[in-house]
Design a protein around this ligand. Sequence first.
Ligand code: PLP
Ligand code: LYS
Length: 436
Amino acid sequence: MKLFGTSKVNENGNLSIGGVDTVELVKEFKTPLYVMDQELIETTIDKMKEAFKSTRFNTRIAYAGKAFLSTGMIKLVESKGLDLDVVSGGELYTAHKAGFPMNKVHLHGNNKLVNEIEMAVEFGIDTIVVDNEDEIDKIERICREKGKKQAVLVRIDPGIEAHTHHYIKTSGLTSKFGISLFQDNLFDIIKRLNDSEWIEFKGFHTHIGSQIFQSAFFIFALDEIFKYLDKLKKELGIVVHTVNMGGGFGVYYKEGDDPKPIEEVLSEIITYTEAMEIKYQIGFKELCIEPGRSIVGNAGTTLYEVGGIKETVGGKTYVFIDGGMSDNIRTALYQAEYEAGVVNKLNDTDVREITLAGKLCESGDIIIEKGKLPKATEIGDIVAVTTTGAYCYTMSSNYNRMMRPAVVFVKDGKAKVAVKRETLDDLIRNDEIFDL
Ligand SMILES: Cc1ncc(COP(=O)(O)O)c(C=O)c1O
Ligand SMILES: N[C@@H](CCCC[NH3+])C(=O)O
């Protein structure tokens, strides 16, 4: 099992994260437990900021909140000077309640609801990323009603099919996201936005998918976008100032994954954009990205307790844990792969193949289909699954009336609760017994 950031085997032979022994963490906070390595999040952001800089144009990094969001995480993002990308009224409201500066918020979504757009305009957020034509009518109407002008980017689908799981690709000729670069009326859409009394058209957004390892796909997308910006300037005289390249930078999950260091990918993007800017001379001013997974993915570890070990007649060994697809649905949804270890047996090399299965009433409730754990794994052991910082807590559910685990941030030997564990009473909070 690969360890990231401050994770290490401590003097007691236990996994420690942020200087906190995971055995102690479990005594205090119980299992399942999401543990976030705060220092790793912070140093990753610092590296990104350092690499994503140019002397030719302004740069901005927005954290994609869908990867992991809580009011505490938003405070951390603010303290690091990043912008925030939100994709629903719920995420926007969370940012508002956390006191995040609204002029650094960007709103996404392929079907933004009227009340979400109203909230965004009311709060005075930085940009709405227009996903389709219908949305333009809604934004104009809401801005007119409120007497407020709203800056927008248009989400462009450059038709780049990146190598990643089908469900997490967001570009291609049949994508539900964005307006295709090959759409006949794209010029008309841009003209309309540019001429609108209530909309300030700032530029283009593109996001081709998530968990992408080959940086060439980002470069292909940039290439397409810049060719189009040139065409737009020459044929319509419209100058686009801002391009947002979205997120999607892949991270290590399991043996064989070999992502390029994020700072190299970002430097490549900067160098290529600078070359494009010199080549086309379009008066481009600002390049943005909005990474999620690459900021928090490796920083998260989920701790579970082993409740049983089953040898099937078919020769498969299950290790049962006290969570499952309710706290990590990624294996069931995308056949995601993870690594795991027993927190007090990380150096035990006498291992065997196991399937790490949850406790929910689904055969597909698997966290690791083919993993390795020590032969000495026993009931009561604590299993750590790494790289669960992104899209696990945020995609969690109450299926089978499971209670969502707590999230703790660890740093410098201290653990701080970011999200409390749900209780049995939380499960029935919104239920009503109605007249039969
Ligand atoms: C528009 C947009 N921006 C940013 C992200 C963040 O992606 P990732 O977590 O892969 O960096 C996503 C998710 O894929 C997205 O849809
Ligand atoms: N939720 C996905 C990524 C999709 C990101 C949003 N477009 C994952 O776990 O990998």
